[in-house]
Write a protein that binds this ligand. Structure first.
Ligand SMILES: [Zn+2]
Length: 275
């Protein structure tokens, strides 16, 4: 039984997330609910709110299987033989936005902060970043656990990305941005917050920098929170101080330096340890 985070709905070109369906549950009629299909093989699938209505996802329609070439059942097959110490099925069946892999840039149609927030950092992201945290090894500098280093995730454009290729240090992100002409891309930053500064209502979270670059942090990198998003994050800003974090978001090169945009600490950030 394959579970999925997203589905194709009717003729819409963008996949719809199970959280979006759940948030608007009453606006979908019984007929509407027959219109969800696998984004990869077009087989009819079913929406479920989860056991206590707190775990929305898509699952197989009774007695309908995905096509044999479909990436979804194949993604879930990666888990065969793995220790089930962490909940991995949600991780490998989460469909990442098409800009996920570092060599693809973000669609120019998604421009404003609000648009980006909606597309890239919803509740689905919170589940994703916390599942990522669970496969990092606290006894080995929070590297991906050996057992999971070859895990691959699905992206909207039918591609796969390896977990170790999307979790990057600040130096690795800067290197990628420089290599592709400064085009923004989505990834997971792993770094330590050193200083938090308010500038005209917006917030800057500077990452620590060290000469020896042992942790891939020889260059300046920051998280940037526009003032539009400060109010709903206010109670969580201090929790980031002096913390090693993983943060899922859009990395870019701007006139003010290299940065990642932060819209929702709750949905984008998992704190690994605080010093
Ligand atoms: Zn399928």
């Amino acid at each position: 039984m394959s579970r999925m985070s997203h589905a194709r709905y009717r003729n819409e070109s963008e996949p719809m997330s199970a959280f979006d369906v759940d948030d608007n549950y009453d606006s979908f009629t019984d007929n509407d609910r027959r219109e969800f299909r696998c984004f990869f093989c077009n087989t009819q699938i079913q929406f479920s709110r989860g056991r206590s209505h707190d775990d929305p996802h898509f699952k197989n329609w009774p007695s309908k299987n995905h096509e044999s070439h479909c990436k979804v059942p194949n993604a879930i097959k990666q888990l065969d033989g793995k220790k089930k110490e962490v909940e991995l099925e949600t991780l490998v069946s989460t469909i990442l936005p098409r800009a996920m892999s570092s060599n693809k840039t973000i669609s120019p149609s998604v421009k404003t902060y609000k648009d980006k927030e909606k597309k890239y950092v919803g509740k689905q992201t919170r589940k994703f970043i916390y599942d990522i945290k669970n496969i990092l090894d606290p006894y080995n500098k929070f590297e991906v656990l050996n057992d999971y280093r070859d895990l691959k995730f699905l992206t909207e454009d039918n591609d796969e990305v390896c977990v170790t290729d999307i979790i990057l240090t600040q130096d690795q992100i800067i290197e990628s941005l420089d290599a592709n002409g400064g085009e923004s891309f989505i990834c997971i930053l792993k770094a330590t917050v050193s200083k938090i500064t308010e500038i005209r209502g917006s917030y800057i979270f500077d990452m620590t920098k060290a000469q020896n670059a042992k942790y891939g942090n020889s260059k300046n990198f920051k998280l940037y929170m526009n003032y539009d998003f400060v109010e709903k994050n206010e109670d969580k800003i201090d929790s980031m101080k002096k913390s090693l974090i993983v943060c899922y978001g859009i990395a870019s090169k701007t006139d003010y330096g290299y940065q990642m945009e932060l819209y929702s600490i709750k949905n984008q950030v998992a704190i690994l340890t605080t010093f």
